[in-house]
Design a protein around this ligand. Structure first.
Ligand SMILES: Nc1ncnc2c1ncn2[C@@H]1O[C@H](COP(=O)(O)OP(=O)(O)OP(=O)(O)O)[C@@H](O)[C@H]1O
Ligand SMILES: [Mg+2]
Length: 178
């Protein structure tokens, strides 16, 4: 079992007027598929880079099994996506690999559908400064892995309700930023 513990994490880039990330608390347990969703500039990449050890926190810390993360390590891999969104076949493939390997995943996206389908836990972020607004456990990844019917999962009333709620939330964030 491994645990990633993010406590009071803040990042202010050199020369920046305001923090890119502020007061982020998140614990990720072994085998979770955590997805960070949020509008551009909410700090998703900054958070990922702190976990990867590519960016050093200016406040707080990230610990893996109690040890502070001081740089990249062989036990943490980063996969860069070529496009902003994955084709649906790849989304299903990612879930398949995750379920077979029991890896812990931290995944970032702008796509509400991608986030809902993949996440066992969804981290909804907001910008100015980048923060975690909401965290939710979700059933859809497990539902897909049992049924193998992506279309049925995505057209279920629960999925649609979540999709509409999150889409509204993202639009409101964008309107506030405008
Ligand atoms: N290297 C950097 N130097 C200065 N500011 C930065 C740097 N990288 C990111 N920022 C700023 O920090 C904030 C968070 O950026 P970050 O890239 O983490 O957000 P994001 O959620 O990944 O955005 P996107 O969805 O556009 O990829 C933004 O205001 C961004 O302009
Ligand atoms: Mg980014």
């Amino acid at each position: 079992m491994s645990t990633l513990d993010i406590r009071g994490l803040g990042v202010t880039y050199r020369g920046a007027a305001s923090p890119a990330l502020a007061g982020v608390d998140l614990r990720i347990d072994s085998g979770e598929f955590v997805v960070a969703l949020g509008a551009s500039g909410c700090g998703k990449t900054t958070l990922l880079n702190c976990i990867a050890g590519f960016v050093d926190p200016t406040e707080g810390e990230v610990r893996l099994n109690g040890e502070p993360i001081l740089g990249p390590g062989a036990e943490r891999g980063v996969v860069f996506q070529k496009y902003a969104l994955m084709p649906w076949l790849d989304v299903k493939l990612v879930l398949d690999v995750w379920s077979r390997t029991h890896k812990t995943v931290f995944f970032i996206t702008h796509s509400v559908e991608e986030a809902l389908f993949l996440a066992t836990r969804l981290v909804l972020m907001t910008p100015g400064p980048g923060r975690i607004a909401e965290v939710h456990e979700l059933p859809f990844a497990h539902e897909y892995l049992i049924s193998r019917d992506a279309r049925a999962v995505k057209s279920s009333p629960a999925f649609i309700e979540w999709r509409e709620r999150l889409t509204r939330h993202l639009h409101e964030t964008l309107r506030e930023a405008a």
